[in-house]
Design a protein around this ligand. Structure first.
Ligand code: 13P
Length: 336
């Protein structure tokens, strides 16, 4: 695939007023989400839940793509239509999570490095055959006493760069996700410093590995106060700090940046994105790639009576997509 083709996929992912729905929870992670609402973590329940999300009427109006998990990209609707077919026909790009999750970083207690590079070329080629157009790899950076170490940042960014280069070789747009966790008592300044150092390291590694930025999307965490910090930064402060940090570390050539929600409430995630876009224009489109902030309200409702609440849950998915789509344009208004 040519760089022009990768570039046009990347641009479609961040088309005006559109963003991504992340439904790539691993079987372990979806268990946590299902446990919280009393749903058994069976393959059929996972399939039925993801069918509800992916067949939401008019989803494509505000959703450009969905990130799937290995199991999900092989699944189909109850009527037997592969999810990827449903998506491509609706104009929603199939994405795939390809990392194998974070593992303890030897020699650095409390820190993790994301694994999954072994055999990745072959797995990517298979995902392309299954219909994937982009891929995601999530690195996790933890803030704590003497953390993150430079070694942790470097090891994770090196892996992200190797993954991204393999994606482009296979014809997939890499979504590179270095998530700085919200957990901790640190203030927003600390989050700013760690996020800037991580992004600088990431773009240095991408450059060293000949990754073409024109065909790459950044999935970033916002610059926020630690979850347990007594002083919580407000919406304007988060938006201003996040923009400043991105401008300091992310090349303007990148086609777009999408954010993860990382444990923010639905309203916070939408309000932050909206505030950032109201401060524009910026060098890149800023949109969303939310998991929890797109799904949690719909999951709660669906879980009460899976079949009976199918259409009602879809209305909530559509509503969250619309709100975040408006926020991607800086046109969202908080409900009175
Ligand atoms: P959250 O929006 O729930 O953080 O999930 C996004 C994601 O894909 C994390 O990898």
């Amino acid at each position: 695939m040519s760089i022009e083709q990768l570039e046009s996929i990347a641009q479609a992912m961040v088309a005006p007023g559109k963003g991504i729905i992340a439904i790539d929870e691993s079987t372990n992670t979806i268990k946590k989400r299902f446990d919280a609402v009393g749903v058994a973590n069976t393959e059929e329940n996972r399939r039925a839940y993801r069918e509800m999300l992916l067949t939401t009427p008019q989803l494509h109006q505000h959703i450009s793509g969905a990130i799937l998990y290995d199991e999900t990209i092989r699944q189909a609707t109850q009527a037997g239509v592969p999810f990827t077919k449903v998506m491509l026909e609706a104009g929603i790009l199939p994405g795939i999570k390809v990392d194998k999750g974070p593992q303890p970083l030897a020699g650095f207690p409390g820190e993790v490095v994301t694994e999954g590079l072994d055999g990745l070329r072959e797995r990517l080629n298979e995902y392309v055959k299954l219909g994937a157009k982009f891929a995601k790899w999530r690195a996790v950076i933890t803030i704590g006493e003497d953390m993150p170490s430079g070694t942790c940042i470097e090891a994770n960014c090196h892996a992200l760069a190797r993954y991204a280069a393999l994606c482009q070789e296979a014809g997939l747009v890499p979504m590179v996700e270095p998530e700085v966790l919200m957990d901790g008592e640190h203030d927003i300044e600390v989050c700013y410093d760690v996020t800037e150092a991580t992004l600088r390291s990431l773009f240095g590694s991408l450059y060293e590995h000949n990754v073409m930025l024109e065909g790459t999307i950044l999935k970033a965490s916002m610059v926020v106060s630690g979850k347990s910090c007594p002083e919580q930064a407000g919406v304007e402060e988060v938006a201003e700090a996040t923009i400043r940090c991105l401008k300091a570390a992310v090349p303007a050539l990148l086609p777009g940046i999408v954010f993860l929600s990382g444990g923010q409430s639905d309203e916070q995630a939408t309000a932050h994105l909206n505030a950032m876009n109201q401060m524009g224009p910026h060098p890149w489109p800023l949109s969303f790639s939310y998991g929890r902030a797109m799904q949690q309200a719909a999951l709660k409702l669906w879980a009460k009576d899976m079949k009976g609440n199918f259409a009602e849950a879809q209305k909530i998915v559509a509503q969250r997509a619309r709100e975040n789509g408006l926020a991607a344009l800086g046109q969202w208004q908080k409900a009175a």
